[in-house]
Design a protein around this ligand. Sequence first.
Ligand SMILES: [Cu+2]
Length: 146
Amino acid sequence: MKMFKQLSLILAFIAFSMPAISQAAEHTVNAEARVFNADIIYIELGDTVKWNNMTSHNAVSYVAPEGSKGFGEHGALPGGSFSTTPDKEGIYGYACEPHVGFGMVGVIVVGNVTQEMKDATKKKAMETLQGPFKRIIGKINKIEVK
Ligand SMILES: [Cu+2]
């Protein structure tokens, strides 16, 4: 009986902890008048990001980890909602192209990002981003690393 109790405790623990390991989550970002809320989100690889209220907005990546295909379509408005599942661990910086001049930019941090990754992403962003898209650098600066 004691062994059965221990076994059921172990099974209950496994059942409880499994979803946290294996289930991908969906994170919601709300496009507001001139901002993304939240502007910086932290997710795990395999998770999905869904933007709502995208009728007059878009979300196009301008900074992405090495080898990533990024997300969003230049010049297009997805309308309604738009979802992406980032394909690499690292930092994605994106902009709403119609409102980038107002600072409507955001960052997605996928997985565990180190200070070196943050510094390297910032360096690359400073070399490649132009005009108002440089505002993405300000968001990269605010990323919290462990
Ligand atoms: Cu916008």
